[in-house]
Write a protein that binds this ligand. Structure first.
Ligand code: HEC
Ligand code: HEC
Length: 441
């Protein structure tokens, strides 16, 4: 090469590297810290990428009290749990239940209801406090109160003698500003899950989900599994539930509208009313940030953002294959179903998105549409190995009570008792292989 072509060659390499880095960067959300829950799907057009970026800004930045000069992001509250989506889903990831000794982190929220059903078959909201406890409020309104948690340790041991301890949460509510809860109040604690791969879960066909249903346990394996059927405020009809810990939301759009309303106090076309009960006069008479507070176009950007996050990437390690064998030997995949086909793509969420009874010890005793007080949706296991780098902790289960994967499995009961007992009988080598596998997800 002469020096001219050499220069040309290096310039080309430089330009190419620049373009490639730019495209890879554009395909990952700009979260602080580890980006394992922030990879975007590959086939997004550049106009979709721009919308995703706008959606990300609405997800990440704090909302403010109305009226404000920040018209796009005002209308927070009057009652709320957090000022932004990101403050519960840090790095698009999961919340942690405890802040300090006894106080609860706001990423753990509490659903409230009383005996009976709403007109659409959902939970009937607690008459004074509504469907969700909101410990924060704008200045002119009383916040609902505080919650604390205490953990009671319960010890046990594996068949080989190794000891373990599980912590059972006990919650106490105090400073209830609008009076006592109705005496038959039902309370469901829920931690914010990560939000990666949800657009893919939404694409799983109805038929594929129904194929795993075994309501009457016809195959006699002790595992039933059924769909939840919930009201979609977006489509104005009942649909199969896929999102939330009890599969209590049908679509990403419903889930997001629900989060804006319940968690931030932001109204939308789907949910136009502020979450003030008729007994919370100060709340009901507050200024709003418009009707609705987030318009259809902007909510659409947030929906596109959530639908565009790719599944977490598997990083296979030394024991991956052996660990997967242990997983199958214990029949974990009966609920944590390994794969689904969506069009040409195979996805591996390790979930059937169905409801299972996991026993009394995990029960919240509060039904949610068809889900009973002891039923939970099988959560996808993709991402369980990434959580510690994104969120700095390994708390699992619907209320974050498990401090690590071992405890998460040991809490399984009910339909999963067989699997739990098989786990108790594993050798320490098999346990090591299983955790290597789970941590690669
Ligand atoms: C106060 C904490 C908190 C805030 C703020 C919050 N979320 Fe969530 N998020 C949760 C909890 C808890 C769940 C599980 C809810 C359930 O089981 O019903 C959840 C679930 C979700 C899910 C479904 C995840 C799954 O795997 O099923 C999505 C999507 C989501 N949130 C999006 C949002 C968006 C968008 C915002 C902002 C408008 C937001 N969240 C704000 C706590 C929060
Ligand atoms: C009968 C169905 C069923 C079987 C079998 C089952 N699970 Fe689960 N699993 C669930 C459900 C439902 C939950 C959610 C429970 C909760 O949050 O209270 C869960 C939660 C988990 C979690 C925590 C996930 C998270 O995001 O917090 C892990 C890890 C897990 N299971 C691993 C396993 C392993 C390993 C096995 C086999 C030993 C297994 N499960 C067998 C249904 C099942």
């Amino acid at each position: 090469m002469n020096s001219f072509s050499k220069n040309l060659f290096f310039t080309l390499v430089l330009v190419l590297t620049f373009v490639l880095t730019r495209t890879t960067l554009a395909r990952t959300l700009n979260v602080t810290g580890a980006k394992d829950f922030s990879h975007l799907l590959e086939n997004l057009s550049s106009s979709d990428l721009a919308k995703v970026k706008a959606g990300f800004s609405l997800f990440a930045k704090g909302w403010v009290t109305a009226p404000s000069s920040t018209r796009v992001r005002d209308g927070l509250g009057p009652l709320f749990n957090a000022v932004s989506c990101m403050s519960c889903h840090q790095g698009m990831g999961r919340g942690k239940p405890q802040k300090s000794d006894l106080s609860i982190d706001h990423s753990l929220l509490f659903r409230l209801s009383v005996t009976g059903k709403s007109p659409h078959g959902g939970p009937l909201s607690e008459p004074t406090y509504g469907g969700q406890f909101q410990p924060r409020s704008i200045i002119s309104v009383k916040s609902e109160g505080q919650v604390k948690v205490e953990y009671i340790e319960e010890v046990g041991q594996f068949l080989d003698g190794e000891k373990y301890s599980l912590r059972r949460p006990v919650y106490s509510f105090s400073n209830l500003a609008y009076g006592a809860f109705q005496s038959d109040v039902l309370i469901s604690p829920r931690i914010a899950p990560h939000v990666a791969g949800l657009g893919l879960l939404e694409k799983i066909s109805r038929e594929s989900l129904l194929a795993n249903v075994d309501v009457a346990d016809v195959d006699g394996d002790g595992i039933s599994g059924r769909v939840n059927t919930v009201w979609s405020p977006t489509h104005k009809k009942h649909m199969i539930g896929r999102f939330g810990w009890k599969a209590n939301q049908a679509t990403v759009a419903d889930q997001n509208a629900g989060a804006f309303s319940g968690d931030l106090g932001i109204t939308s076309m789907q949910l136009p009313n502020e979450s003030c009960s008729s007994l919370q006069f100060d709340c009901a008479s507050s200024l709003t940030g418009g009707a609705p507070e987030i318009n259809k176009k902007l909510l659409g950007y947030v929906n596109l953002l959530i639908s565009s996050i790719d599944a977490p990437r598997v990083i296979k390690n030394e024991f991956y294959t052996k660990g997967l064998k242990v997983f199958r030997k214990m029949q974990c995949q009966k609920c944590h179903v390994e794969s689904f086909k969506i069009g040409e793509r195979e996805i591996r969420p390790y979930s059937d998105l169905l409801l299972h009874d996991l026993g009394e010890r995990l029960a919240d005793k509060r039904s949610d549409y068809l889900a009973s007080g002891s039923e939970w949706k099988t959560p996808p296991l993709w991402g369980v190995g990434k959580q510690s780098s994104v969120n700095g902790h390994t708390n699992f289960l619907h209320d974050g009570r498990a401090r690590n994967l071992t405890e998460a499995i040991l809490w399984h009961g009910g339909e999963a008792s067989g699997s739990k007992n098989a786990f108790l009988g594993l050798s320490s080598m098999e346990r090591k292989e299983l955790f290597s596998f789970l941590n690669s997800l």
